[in-house]
Design a protein around this ligand. Structure first.
Ligand SMILES: [Zn+2]
Length: 266
């Protein structure tokens, strides 16, 4: 965890794993996202008790993906998420037995065996303001990456946790995403007044990264549509992702799955 502003701590994890954060308020803290690995969330909680020493009032999930929520069970506080989250947490619960059956890696399997899905209990419809302490925190449901994606803004410090609406330095994960909604969400982010953007994956960044993300999504959609109209199948494009002329980024293996999912939607 690194302290980036007077109230905001951020843990940009290595190798593209999902990031977490803490917002320190007058008498308590608000956690933003947990990790797929219970040991990572346990480590963040240890940091909290030794370095900050305040109780957790809320845990916020920026969306339901396992790499942002599988540490939820370690919290006894209220868990806040979008009003669309419950149906998506149910999907996680339904898919967990399959993930357990198919996980080959020993450490990952041991971790998965410990996971119990912990659901949110406070919901954001459009906006929710946490004004019971300072600094004020504003949550806004935007969708895009997933139907339940939301962002967490600390206006006083001009910092915003974007969840997976920004993948900094790597190809985004577009399975289950609505690209048009995502582009609208990025337009909202551009205008929200924040200066520091804390992405779900990658390093803290500025508004330039919001623009790059928007360009990436537009390019992906336009080029996929044009290849499709020239008669190429989803499999042909997925087998030769260079055809999409996307920028060179980490996690190129995501492009294949993105093509297979988005082909029918463009
Ligand atoms: Zn995600």
């Amino acid at each position: 965890m690194i302290r980036l502003t007077p109230s905001v701590y951020f843990n940009p994890r290595e190798a593209g794993a999902s990031n977490n954060g803490i917002i320190e308020r007058d008498n308590d803290v608000v956690f933003v996202d947990t990790s797929e690995w219970l040991k990572n969330t346990e480590h963040d909680l240890k940091f909290l008790s030794t370095k900050i020493g305040k109780p957790v009032r809320f845990l916020i999930n920026t969306h339901h993906h396992p790499d942002h929520t599988f540490g939820n069970q370690l919290f006894t506080c209220d868990i806040i998420a979008s009003y669309r989250a419950t149906e998506m947490f149910k999907q996680n619960e339904t898919e967990l037995p399959t993930w357990l059956k198919t996980e080959k890696e020993k450490e990952a399997l041991e971790n998965l065996c410990r996971v119990k899905i912990a659901y949110p209990n406070v919901f954001v419809k459009d906006k929710l303001r946490l004004d019971d302490s300072t600094p004020l925190i504003e949550l806004t449901h935007l969708g895009g990456h997933t139907p339940d994606s939301l962002v967490v803004h600390v206006p006083k410090e001009r910092v915003i946790f974007t969840g997976d609406l920004i993948f900094q330095g790597s190809h985004p994960f577009l399975v289950g995403s609505n690209i048009d909604e995502w582009i609208n969400a990025l337009e909202w982010l551009q205008k929200c007044g924040a200066k520091l953007f804390l992405p779900g994956h990658g390093n803290a960044c500025g508004v330039t990264e919001v623009l790059l993300m928007r360009e990436y999504l537009s390019k992906f959609k336009t080029n996929l549509k044009s290849l499709k109209s020239r008669g190429l199948s989803a499999k042909e494009i997925a087998g030769n992702p260079d055809l999409l002329q996307l920028p060179g980024l980490d996690k190129p293996q995501r492009v294949q799955r993105n093509v297979l999912y988005q082909y029918d939607k463009v």
